[in-house]
Design a protein. Structure first.
Length: 249
């Protein structure tokens, strides 16, 4: 057994995101649209929600032209398509807690498809609030360790920008956490300083984790992958920890 590692989870998720970059950008464009329409306009200095989405876009290297185009389209858009925000909560095999955040123009369609994914992989879709109490909302930034990253300089830059905590205990990466309100400031400061992110977004961070036994790994991972691949789902959070050998298969 190679042990359990958050690093392997991040590598797995980042590899998928890199392979599906256009799909990721499409989903982020939808987040921008909702942020503009529901968060208070197209000026990120006034619209804090838009500011956070833009920071998330920059963290995955979404081109500025794409970001600007999405903002302008949302600000001038007057189509019949209205995206509704939905949050699905439930459990995977072995009691793994799962939260899926969706933006959809058809609530019934999305709910039915999400329920099917849970059921198909041995999970169960629950009611609102059934697992969210197990998570805390935090800004999370992960930066890969390497000779070009000076730990002291990184820590100072993050703290000066308003980071809440910095963890360098992992052998492969630094993890920086912020309050949701400070995320955009910290993210932008580190990006401006030249750092590249493995992860950079406001997340639901689990208070405790569940180690998934090998006999459940395939179904739990497939359920999470199907949710993340779903066109209407923008974010998936869970408290599962897999063995590295299982994730690399």
């Amino acid at each position: 057994m190679s042990g359990h590692s958050k690093w392997s989870t991040i590598k797995h998720k980042k590899g998928k995101a890199d392979a599906q970059r256009s799909k990721v950008f499409t989903k982020l464009g939808r987040e921008i649209s909702v942020a503009v329409k529901q968060g208070g306009g197209s000026d990120p200095n006034v619209n804090g929600r838009l500011r956070d989405v833009i920071a998330k876009c920059k963290a995955v290297n979404m081109p500025n032209d794409n970001i600007d185009r999405s903002i302008k389209k949302a600000a001038g858009e007057d189509s019949g398509v209205i995206y509704e925000e939905m949050v699905y909560e439930g459990y995977g095999l072995g009691g793994v807690a799962v939260i899926a955040e969706a933006l959809s123009d058809n609530r019934n369609r999305t709910a039915g498809e999400v329920r099917h994914i849970f059921d198909k992989m041995g999970g169960s879709l629950g009611t609102t609030g059934c697992v969210s109490y197990l998570f805390d909302k935090k800004g999370v930034i992960a930066i890969e360790k390497g000779p070009k990253v000076d730990e002291e300089a990184l820590f100072m830059a993050a703290l000066e920008a308003g980071a809440e905590d910095i963890n360098g205990d992992d052998d492969e990466m630094y993890e920086i956490t912020t309050t949701p309100e400070a995320f955009a400031d910290v993210s932008n400061a580190l990006l401006d300083a030249g750092y590249s992110f493995l992860v950079g977004e406001v997340q639901m961070v689990p208070q405790t984790t569940v180690e998934v036994p090998p006999e459940n790994s395939e179904k739990v991972m497939k359920m999470l992958d199907w949710l993340e691949d779903h066109d209407d789902i923008n974010n998936v959070y869970h408290n599962a920890v897999f063995d590295e050998d299982d994730e690399e298969e």
